[in-house]
Structures are given as structure tokens and as C-alpha cells.
Design a protein around this ligand. Sequence first.
Ligand code: SAM
Length: 195
Amino acid sequence: MELRRIGGKMKKIVEIVHDIISMHISNDSVVADFTMGQGYDTEFLANHAKYVYAFDIQASAYELTKVRLEKAELLNKVNLILDSHENCDHYIKEKIDAGVFNFGFLPHGDERITTNVESSLKAVQKALSLLKRHGILVLVMYPGHVVGKIESDALYNWSQTLSSKFFSVCCIQMHNKVKSPYIIIIQKEKVMNDD
Ligand code: SAM
């Protein structure tokens, strides 16, 4: 994976996330965007996978994403769900190849409506159970604001406790910029009995 953009600058986090996901999915894959926001990630996934489940709790995010997908003629490949990602198992009744959680708040929206540690932890745990063997979850953490710092610390610590028999966990972080967003990648190596 190339970390540089043309011209030499380091890629943005979202570009690195998309590179990682595109290496793991194909046009046969079923995937989930657990925080649709403005729909950039949903559109990216719909362009690269067979089918996408996308969640958000805000009607404005739902509408923005719907318009984006309509314009791109991708709406037929996506199930847009106006509900919290912690209920993902109510909607996804099949195994998925990949999922992305881009935590935080809707850019240009109400910053008080943000992902929070309790529901995020529940959702990520449910998403792990939905993963196929060798499937990946990509978590984008935002420690630069107060709620995001609590959430990212909790998820970082929790991800370190996952059994290495079943999961590989990797972190991509700007080591010299502590408040920068960073990525946690979890790959399911082995399926557990209750998956
Ligand atoms: N992936 C998005 C994109 O490509 O534009 C960016 C996501 S934005 C940083 C975070 C989103 O998470 C916001 O739209 C927010 O409404 C949503 N969110 C907050 N709590 C949520 C929850 N419990 N379930 C699902 N989405 C949630």
C-alpha cells in the first residue's frame, strides 16, 4: 500500500482507509458502513462491493447519503438504515466481508450528536460477530475532541484484549501527532463457535 499521494504528500486518513478496504473486498463482497455521515464511505463501498448496509441515527445524514448515491446511480446496491449501529444485527442477516466505522460527528452538522463509547463498543462487538473469516473491520478514531478521546481510548484498550487466536489487530497512527485521527484494523482470523 502506497502512503504517498502523487506529488509526495502523505495520504489523508480517509484515503488510507479506502486503500485498505479495497485490498480486502471485491465486487462479490457484502459490506457495511456503520456511520454513513455524508455518504463518502458508503459511495466508495458501493463502487467496490456487491451490496452495502449503511447506518446513521441522523435523518440529515440519511438524506445526504441518499442524494449522493442517487447521483452516482448506486442506490440499488445500498440498504440505507436510519438507526443506531448498535442494532446492526437486527438488519444484517448474513456474514459480511468488511465494515467501516468512521466515528465522531457529522461534518458541518451538530457536533453534540456524536458517536459515544457505550454504543460504539456494543456496535463493534456485534460487527465482529457478523464478519466472515478473514473479514476486516476498519475503525477511524478521533481523539482530538473530548468525547472522541474517551471513545478512542476505550476502543484502543478493548481491541488490545482481543484474543490473537481469533483476531489480528493493527493500528495506523501519526506517532508524532497525538490528536490526529488514527485507524484500528481488526481482521477475523478464525470463526468462534457463537459466530
Ligand atoms: N462515513 C462518513 C462519511 O463518509 O461522510 C463520516 C461519518 S461522521 C464522522 C460520523 C457519523 O456517525 C455522523 O453522521 C453521526 O450522525 C453518526 N452516528 C453517531 N452515532 C451513531 C450511531 N449510534 N449509529 C450510527 N451512526 C451514528
